[in-house]
Design a protein around this ligand. Structure first.
Ligand SMILES: C[S@@+](CC[C@H](N)C(=O)[O-])C[C@H]1O[C@@H](n2cnc3c(N)ncnc32)[C@H](O)[C@@H]1O
Ligand SMILES: [Mg+2]
Length: 516
């Protein structure tokens, strides 16, 4: 809902052709275009990062997977500016942020607790410090990978490893990458002295270079398809240069959701005299992928790792030896010792599993399998408070959403005049029929919550919300929820403030500090 409210005016129009004449008309807020300013160079409307976030959100909410992306990682999340919106993507349960820098991480860990509001669904946000190139085992199970303007900050060998971490290790359903379009740079005067690229970027690619890189990825990881598009059209007459940024959307042809490797549901399989695997493509653990008898294979049904048997105590080793291949039923002691050992490995000093002596082995990855490797440091792990909604609030929410829809569509059927509507309760009962068919209960609930109900009709007067929301959407984005927002909004009339606050609370974009 938040993303819709904030982004829809923009992302629905991203594919429109540019405005030929930049006029001062009322709609200009809603248009996507750019113009030249003698001093500042190209100016984007809306701001470039808004267009970028809108395009990425658009991909995340594609109807093919909308509501199904539960675990999502944002690589190079910087100051969390996108994570804020990611948290509102339908169906999301776990957001991971990974950034190599620690300074922005510290700032962002302050931001996290501030916007506390009670959610309807549980959501965990985990911020890591680490290199996106490293396949940390906690990335397992991500349905979507996002990296907004990050790849150009990576060293070539890290970028290559990153590709494998994403497409060979995480294997998510979708991957969204954005990077600047070098073709566009001649429009930025400031870049002229830097060889037409930003100094903190290791490279900037033309559209054809980016396309080549992307198609090379899908050649190597044939389970993926890719489409590229531009974000941020330039001023009229610059069409040939493309857009300011470019976005690649990779989609898995076949997607198997990986479970997080769960130590508590491990099955343990001992093995003797089992042939080595012949195919590296099958990730599922079965007996024929177990390397040799000196290894113990651990699997939670999907992921598998092996552990050197000689790392166990003598007692356990003899227990393992006794339970040959067909036994999944190890004694409690053996399982406990395995868990203990694996935990010790995960939490050793450099946090990378045990590298010397090759404790871990995985048939896909060889020695020192990354499955169990803990490359990243947790900077912050935050579970949002949530509450399961009562039936009453579900009814009220559904009805208020319907009322807004009717009003927004300028429905003439129920309009008395421009600001007043008479909506039959029977119409509203349709909207809540999956919850209740008790008309009296719904009428009582509506009256109790301040709605005017006369006979079997709800009388609704339009609030100022609609007229001001368009103007405020952009402010909300631009000012980034900083304290200065208060100053801006206090200047507006109280009724606007109030109704805006109400609509924000409803859509849950209002930070707690702001409400106060
Ligand atoms: C231009 S900022 C990204 C902006 C941000 N994604 C957004 O949505 O606005 C690039 C970020 O990538 C991070 N970064 C650079 N190399 C990285 C790497 N190898 N692994 C993880 N993060 C990296 C930087 O620390 C920086 O925060
Ligand atoms: Mg950059």
């Amino acid at each position: 809902r938040v993303l819709n409210t904030l982004l829809q005016p923009y992302y629905k129009k991203l594919n429109l052709t540019f405005k030929e004449n930049v006029s001062e008309d009322e709609d200009s807020d809603d248009q996507v275009f750019a113009e030249f300013d003698d001093e500042k160079g190209v100016i984007f409307y809306p701001r470039m990062y808004v267009q970028r976030y809108a395009a990425v959100s658009d991909c995340l909410m594609d109807e093919r997977w909308n509501g199904q992306l539960e675990k999502v990682v944002d690589f190079g999340y910087h100051d969390m500016s996108f994570i804020k919106y990611l948290k509102e993507v339908p169906g999301i349960k776990h957001v991971l942020g990974v950034d190599i820098e620690t300074i922005p991480l510290q700032c962002s860990s302050l931001i996290l607790g501030c916007d506390e509001h009670t959610r309807e669904n549980p959501l965990k946000v985990t911020l890591f410090q680490g290199n996106a190139a490293d396949p940390d085992y906690r990335l397992i199970g991500c349905d979507a990978v996002i990296a907004i303007e990050m790849i150009e900050h990576m060293l070539p060998h890290d970028l290559e490893r990153f590709v494998h971490t994403v497409f060979g290790f995480i294997k998510p359903r979708i991957v969204i990458l954005t990077t600047p379009n070098a073709d566009f740079n001649i429009l930025f005067k400031a870049l002229e002295n830097n060889g037409l690229r930003r100094l903190d970027h290791f490279f900037e690619w033309s559209r054809s270079q980016f396309n080549d890189w992307c198609s090379n990825i899908v050649d190597r990881y044939p389970n993926y398809t890719v489409t590229c598009k531009g974000i941020g059209p330039g001023p009229p007459d610059t069409l040939r240069l493309g857009c300011c940024s470019q976005l690649a959307l990779f989609v898995a042809k076949v997607y198997h959701k990986q479970n997080d490797l769960d130590l508590n549901s491990l099955a343990v399989v001992a093995c003797t005299d089992v042939p080595r695997p012949t195919s590296l493509s099958d990730m599922t653990c079965s007996f024929d992928c177990i390397p040799d008898s000196s290894m113990l294979c651990l699997t939670d049904g999907l992921n598998c790792s092996t552990l050197q048997v000689n790392k166990f105590s003598k007692t356990t080793q003899s227990l393992i030896a006794k339970n040959k291949i067909d036994s999944l039923a190890y004694t409690r002691e053996v399982v406990d010792e395995i868990k203990h050992l694996t935990r010790m490995l995960n939490f050793n000093k450099d946090g990378c599993g045990q590298r010397n002596g090759c404790v871990w082995h995985n048939f896909n990855w060889g020695e020192n399998a990354p499955y169990w490797n803990q490359y990243y440091k947790v900077v912050r792990d935050y579970s949002h408070p949530f509450e399961i909604k009562s039936e009453e609030s579900l009814i009220l929410d559904a009805i208020s959403e319907e009322i807004n829809l009717l009003i927004d569509s300028d429905n003439v059927q129920y309009a008395l005049d421009v600001d007043k509507f008479e909506i039959p309760i029977a119409h509203l009962m349709e909207v809540v029929k999956h919850i209740t068919n008790d008309t009296n209960k719904v009428k009582d609930l509506l009256e109790w919550n301040g709605y005017q109900v006369v006979d079997d009709v709800l009388i609704h007067s339009r609030l100022v919300v609609d007229t001001i929301s368009a103007g405020l959407e952009e402010d909300e984005w631009l000012d980034n929820d900083t304290l200065s927002d208060n100053a801006t909004y206090v200047g507006r009339s109280i009724i606007k403030y109030e109704s805006y606050a109400r609509s924000c609370r409803k859509t849950r974009i209002l930070p707690a500090s702001w409400t106060a």
